[in-house]
Design a protein around this ligand. Structure first.
Ligand SMILES: [Ca+2]
Ligand SMILES: [Ca+2]
Ligand SMILES: [Ca+2]
Ligand SMILES: [Zn+2]
Length: 295
């Protein structure tokens, strides 16, 4: 399942939507009848970050196994330079041409979200491109062309692309371990209306970027692997059977381990609900970027 939203007469209504093939999850729920007939097309849903294969995951765990907790850097000690690429289909905000003030606000949201982590984000540059194909890119050949043309910096530099990806998506990211083989694809793509003050309520407080950058720094979804196995490879995030939506306080889908981590930035809950990275996630991000991004 994915975070999904249908636009109804200009207002967004949350529904439990389409099963994402990428997650292999197969427990979609019926939509309320009134939401089956939107006045517009489906506007957006979840995160399309492609999971690493089992073999790739094992290689990552082996690579960071030697890093001990005492090596973790202090809060705020690792600067990440941000190169923002606005993809629009015209000059107005409604056509993806978000304002510099919105981008500044997004950077502030990131620095608040990551306040208890080693990471701070500094906007270095913003460029703007009008391209109708890139504007609706949700991956594939158009993504390759867009990133080949616009990407800046190296493994430790964060490239953010904002567009109107459609297909019910909020965004996607690449993992640190993928940089070596596909450096030009490295980065984060987010729905332009997910920025603070955007129209993608309840996902318009900037935490889509927080979530996707969590992947870029090495985190998996909290529901990865469900109730069994190593899950998200973070010990202090209780396992959960599937992604959570809205803000379902008290949800507990896996026996033991505590309640589902619905307030975690790496779940699928509303932006107003997600507000947490755990100490274990901080350690994992620190290890992953030290190993793969030279940060
Ligand atoms: Ca966990
Ligand atoms: Ca539990
Ligand atoms: Ca939040
Ligand atoms: Zn995600």
């Amino acid at each position: 399942m994915s975070r999904s939203v249908i636009s109804m007469g200009g207002k967004f209504a949350v529904v439990l939507g389409t099963v994402m093939a990428l997650t292999g999850c197969n427990n979609s729920e019926q939509k309320p009848a009134e939401e089956q007939q939107p006045t517009q097309q489906v506007v957006k849903s979840g995160c399309a970050t492609v999971d690493l294969t089992e073999v790739e995951q094992q290689a990552v765990e082996a690579a960071i196994a030697g890093r001990v907790k005492t090596q973790a850097r202090a809060n705020g000690s690792v600067n990440v330079n941000v190169y923002w690429h606005v993809i629009n289909n015209g000059t107005t905000v409604a056509l993806g041409n978000i304002t510099d003030a919105q981008i500044a606000s997004q950077i502030s949201v990131l620095n608040a979200a990551y306040a208890n982590t080693p990471f701070r984000f500094t906007l270095v540059s913003t460029d703007r491109t009008t391209n109708s194909t890139w504007y609706t890119s949700s991956g594939g050949a158009s993504e390759k062309k867009m990133k080949a043309a616009l990407r800046k910096g190296g493994a430790g530099d964060l490239n953010v692309y904002s567009n109107n990806m459609g297909g019910g998506l909020l965004g996607w990211a690449t993992f640190p371990s993928s940089y070596a083989s596909q450096p030009s694809l490295d980065g984060v793509v987010i729905l332009y209306s997910s920025l603070p003050g955007g129209t993608a309520a309840p996902y318009n407080e900037g935490d889509t970027a927080t979530h996707e950058i969590g992947h870029w720094l090495g985190l998996y979804h909290t529901f990865q692997g469900g109730c069994t196995g190593t899950g998200d490879s973070v010990s202090d995030t209780p396992a959960e059977a599937s992604s959570a939506f809205g803000c379902p306080t008290g949800r507990d889908t896996c026996s033991g381990g505590g309640l589902d981590p619905i307030t975690n930035f790496m779940d699928y809950t509303d932006d107003s609900c997600m507000n947490t990275f755990t100490a274990g996630q901080n350690d994992r991000m620190d290890s992953l970027v030290a190993q793969y991004r030279g940060l």
